[in-house]
Write a protein that binds this ligand. Structure first.
Ligand code: 1AL
Ligand code: ZN
Ligand code: ZN
Length: 478
């Protein structure tokens, strides 16, 4: 029939009702051997092997994944897909293809690096138009909190009413002209509006302060350490200290109860993290993420002129990376995000190697699961932790309560992967984001191969292939 045809193009699997089984299914109650029943895009049962009676399964298709891990799909709350306006940097089609190939089933797009930035109902509409029928995974949007709308509660309300899942602001220049930085008054006012909607504010927490080098001309711009000195930990610490001066309002009974502050891409695992822990201890509604590149790389190993590693805040020394891992394992850092922030290769200035002038941003979207796993193994990272950092916590941050777990009633957003399988990110490895050459992960050996990715029951990626139709859904807050 017609509808059958349509289904097969959204999914590599011509079934609406089926079971997937494996010896390792990660549920909220732990790892089980058993099966997951999917019907109409939703998980309708999760059954242990011993309870899975033959008659139950005989009627519908069963896909047996053997010992591969079945886990909730990843929810990436921080990615820049640069569409519309800078789709030569990335774009919804290539970005969501990379996401699907990496086991990411939901992606929340940042409001900047597209042109225009997403700061109003009109600009959100442009995003929605650009994404419609061009996304392989589910996509939601953060709106921008900028000086233009921050002190105007009806402007902010109209942006929130239009469906952004929350807001994002910068405490330092963003590098994007139509996305200026906010001060603490803007943030405070923004939180009071967000409180009514119970949606979060995500903050890029760095503040411009004196750099540790008096005269940049004395320093080699091809040396990573020169760049590192221009954005010392005091930038993060100063911004976070200032930010946390207004988060007490988010406590129960506070004037902005219901609002939440989420600090994006934390790099400094020392004083900045201590401040966050202290605020959480007092009951402020605060969470923090870091990104795989801060956990995988260290300043010491960044080659001269290799601007693929440039991002802000910067990747710091190995001792800081150890502390970040400690904070992950202790639960002091709540979750992970990619901060996939690509550009066109020309702007990375790879032949110049000038760290001070190159575009800042790491390209990683497709690799975050194997990177987290590969670099985390030495710290004893478990599958439960990976699912908490990448699915459970981020889905809650974004208010997406139908996502983030293999449980009855949730969307059938699922990644099937083989943690033990190693691969080299060499020229032969298919990479789906637009500009693989600017990724700092190229040439690495990783462990953890994505076998299949399901979005609302559609098999959107399997055996190295993508579904031919882009049937991801737009996630608009209501
Ligand atoms: N304009 C940007 O995308 N900036 C991004 N750049 C990074 N992280 O280097 C970011 O998230 O701050
Ligand atoms: Zn940022
Ligand atoms: Zn970012």
């Amino acid at each position: 029939s017609r509808s059958y045809e349509k289904e097969t193009q959204c999914s590599l699997l011509p079934h609406d009702h089926y079971w997937i089984s494996s010896k390792r299914i990660l549920t909220p109650d732990g790892l089980i051997s058993g099966s997951v029943e999917v019907n109409g895009g939703v998980i309708v049962s999760v059954v242990k092997e011993e309870d899975w009676y033959k008659e139950q399964r005989s009627r519908v298709k069963v896909i047996d994944y053997g010992e591969a891990v079945i886990m909730p799909g990843l929810v990436d709350v921080h990615a820049h897909l640069d569409d519309p306006g800078r789709s030569e940097w990335e774009g919804f089609p290539s970005g969501t293809k990379a996401a699907a190939a990496g086991g990411i089933t939901t992606l929340i797009d940042m409001p900047l690096n597209s042109d225009p930035s997403t700061v109003s109902p009109e600009t959100l509409k442009l995003k929605i138009e650009a994404a419609k029928k061009r996304i392989l995974v589910d996509v939601g949007f953060w709106g921008g909190l900028v000086p233009d709308n921050a002190l105007n509660s009806s402007a902010l309300s109209s942006l929130l009413d239009a469906g952004v899942l929350g807001l994002k602001s910068f405490m330092c220049p963003s590098g994007i002209n139509d996305f200026p930085m906010t001060n603490i008054t803007h943030i405070k006012e923004g939180l009071s509006v967000l409180a009514k909607y119970k949606r979060p504010l995500l903050v890029h927490a760095e503040v411009e302060m004196d750099s540790e080098i008096d005269d940049a001309t004395d320093n080699d711009p091809r040396s990573y350490l020169t760049y590192l000195k221009t954005r010392p930990t005091s930038w993060e610490e100063g911004a976070i200290r200032n930010l946390l001066s207004v988060t007490e309002n988010t406590r129960i009974g506070g004037s902005a109860e219901g609002a939440h502050v989420h600090i994006v891409h934390l790099s400094d695992a020392s004083s900045s993290l201590d401040l966050i822990k202290e605020a959480k201890g007092k009951g402020d509604s605060v969470t923090v993420e870091t990104c795989p590149h801060y956990l995988a790389f260290s300043a010491e190993e960044i080659p001269e002129g290799d601007t693929r590693f440039k991002c802000s805040p910067p990747i710091r020394h190995a001792a800081n990376r150890e502390k970040l891992w400690g904070a992950m394992m202790e639960g002091d850092i709540d979750m992970l995000s990619s901060d996939h922030s690509p550009t066109k290769p020309e702007l990375k200035l790879l032949s110049d190697g000038n760290f001070l002038k190159a575009w800042g941003g790491i390209s990683s979207l497709q690799f975050v699961l194997p990177v987290t796993w590969s670099y985390g193994r030495k710290y004893g990272v478990t599958l439960e932790q990976v699912a908490s950092w990448w699915s459970d916590r981020p889905s809650k941050l974004a208010g997406l309560h139908s996502k983030g777990a293999i449980a009855v009633g949730k969307h059938a957003d699922i990644v099937v992967w083989e943690p033990e399988v190693e691969f080299n990110l060499d020229e032969d490895h298919p990479i789906h984001f637009k500009h693989p050459s600017i990724s700092a992960y190229l040439g690495r050996k990783l462990s953890g191969k994505v076998v299949s990715t399901f979005v609302r029951g559609n098999l959107v990626f399997g055996e190295g292939k993508h579904a031919s139709d882009a049937c991801g859904s737009l996630l608009l807050a209501t």
